[in-house]
Design a protein around this ligand. Structure first.
Ligand code: GDP
Length: 206
């Protein structure tokens, strides 16, 4: 049974005025279009179709909020980097995503990266943009079932080298249960943060 059995859809926001009240703890999921983000969310929450997997890459333009428990949410960001919508995306989503980053409740970011492709510039840029404000960034190298064991190790090693101290990273597969427990543990540990702003605490800890 899911440890997130209460998960339910809250709202699709096209404007920051539509965001839920900025209380409690919120964890974001981001990634390039088609990286496997929706599949990862569903696998981590052990829900078949909470986050809808995309039919056409780059289709979703909204921020989707889900409630896992009272005052505990995840937010599914629009996939980025799809060539045909990139220009429009640049205009359309930075203010919305900036507004998300400004929320006190936003504590952690899961970044989904196709293990076969590795980190792209846009992924790195997103980490640099998000990391100073958050408790942590955790990268899921997705579709790990498509790699051999040695290819997986190599992908992990390269990602670790590229990320340094900016983020933690693991191999993940939504289809073959690679790294699911580890990802769930990361989510649970962020969700267990106190309701009070964690950002000051992070500053104090250095
Ligand atoms: P999103 O656009 O990032 O939300 O990606 P989706 O979750 O919609 O997945 C994009 C495509 O990758 C779909 O065809 C999925 O079936 C496939 N996919 C997602 N996760 C995995 C995985 O763990 N293993 C494999 N082999 N395919 C996956």
């Amino acid at each position: 049974m899911s440890r997130f059995g209460e998960a339910r859809f809250l709202v699709s926001a096209a404007r920051s005025a539509q965001f839920p009240p900025d209380r409690g703890v919120e964890i974001a999921f981001a990634g390039r279009s088609n990286a496997g983000k929706s599949s990862a969310i569903n696998a981590i929450l052990a829900r078949r179709a909470l986050a809808r997997t995309s039919k056409a890459p780059g289709q979703t333009r909204l921020l989707n909020f889900f409630e896992l428990a009272p005052e505990r949410r995840i937010v599914d960001l629009p996939g980025y980097g799809y060539a045909r919508v990139r220009a429009r995306e640049r205009l359309a989503w930075p203010p919305l995503i900036d507004a998300l980053r400004a929320r006190v409740s936003l504590r952690g970011l899961f970044l989904i990266v196709d293990a076969r492709r590795g980190l792209a510039d846009l992924d790195s840029a997103l980490i640099d943009w998000a990391q100073p404000e958050l408790r942590g960034v955790h990268v899921l190298l997705s579709k790990a079932d498509k790699l051999t064991r040695s290819e997986g190790s190599r992908a992990l090693q390269m990602a670790r080298a590229a990320l340094g101290a900016r983020a933690t990273v693991q191999l993940f597969s939504a289809m073959h249960d690679v790294g699911r427990a580890q990802a769930q543990q990361q989510l649970l540990s962020w969700l267990a943060e106190s309701d009070q702003p964690g950002r000051e605490r992070k500053d104090q800890q250095g």
